[in-house]
Write a protein that binds this ligand. Structure first.
Ligand code: 3HC
Length: 290
């Protein structure tokens, strides 16, 4: 395993995943540049990270004095070109923007121009092809998937996805980095939904079908999985946690990418998304969140 030379990380997107990623890198001693389009998003992200670091300190997982130290390692910016400043330049940027190919393609094209030639471009995408994103850049061998799980500070896994073009040095660097975060990296090849969402989303979808068909209530379905299979959350609570819109988008992508009707989104899920019932973030999904 090569020695890690990465010290500065860029994170694009300050939503739940981007702030979780910034949190775990800063906690592990890395300098982080967190970039989003609005100052407001960055302020919210910093608040969220502070709350979660304090939660870890309260549980004795992190010395209290390291909360401020970790926060001080995170610089925020709304200016993507700030990533190019020489004394600042990250050796890897992890993109955690919204899950739309056109948006990510534009970001990858622009980051490719801004960043030093040796920098790695990683994406936290849950389902978009790494191979296709790599092809947007002049450095396709240095593009890779680094898929974190929510809540990032808690979940042990990083699913590392090799695109067709990804080289071994890039894979090794990202593998070593994941271990320095205290995570367990698992290698998978580029394919729709990778392993995590290709297996998880059909479970969530089928759970929604059982509710739609009146086989059981949402509560009963969730209890079956919590009590019968020791899942920490039942599949419908988890769907609310992930966001029903995100689940439907991933299912559509699996359906389209793999061409198998078994991935078609459950009509109940689609209707709930149409109604704006997106789960926890909108206050209503399979459950209510007053
Ligand atoms: N930051 C730091 N610590 C956190 C945290 C956060 N954001 N959220 C929770 N924690 C810690 C708590 O402090 C607590 O620590 P302790 O074990 O030392 O007491 C621990 O996590 C458990 O939290 P709580 O006691 O508050 O709550 P629960 O016991 O109900 O656990 C949960 C919450 C960790 C979210 C648990 O329910 C769980 O593991 N759920 C499944 C989550 C999951 O499957 N995530 C993957 C989603 S799929 C995905 O992200 C991929 C995407 O592509 C769709």
């Amino acid at each position: 395993m090569p020695e890690n030379t990465i010290q500065t990380i860029g994170v694009i997107g300050a939503g739940t995943m981007g702030s979780g990623i910034a949190h775990v890198f800063a906690r592990s001693g890395f300098s982080v540049i967190l970039c989003d389009i609005q100052q407001d998003f960055l302020l919210k992200a910093k608040d969220r990270i502070r709350t979660n670091l304090n939660r870890e300190a309260a549980k004795g997982k992190l010395p209290q004095d390291q909360v401020d130290q970790a926060l001080a390692r995170i610089t925020t910016t709304t200016d993507r070109t700030a990533l190019a400043q020489a004394d600042f330049a990250p050796q890897i940027v992890i993109e955690a923007a919204s899950e739309r190919f056109d948006l990510k393609a534009e970001l990858f094209q622009s980051l490719d121009k801004i960043l030093p030639a040796e920098a790695i471009l990683a994406t936290n995408t849950s389902s978009i092809s790494i191979t296709k994103l790599a092809a947007q850049t002049q450095r396709p061998a240095q593009v890779i998937g680094m898929h974190f799980f929510n809540p990032v500070p808690v979940m042990a896994l990083v699913e590392i996805i090799r695109g067709l073009q990804t080289n071994q040095a890039t894979y090794d660097a990202v593998h070593a980095l994941s271990k320095l975060l205290g995570k367990t990296p698992i290698e998978v090849n580029d394919s729709p939904g990778f392993v995590s969402n290709r297996v998880l989303m059909p479970l969530i979808n089928e759970a929604a079908f059982t509710v739609m068909e009146g086989v059981a209530t949402a509560e009963a379905v969730d209890q079956v999985f919590q009590l019968g299979m020791a899942h920490p959350m039942g599949p419908l609570t988890l769907a609310d946690f992930i966001g029903l819109d995100v689940c439907v988008d991933i299912l559509r992508m699996l359906h389209q990418g793999l061409g198998d009707p078994k991935y078609r989104p459950c009509p109940l899920l689609v209707r709930m998304v149409d109604a704006g019932w997106l789960g926890r973030k909108s206050g209503r999904g399979f459950y209510s969140y007053p």
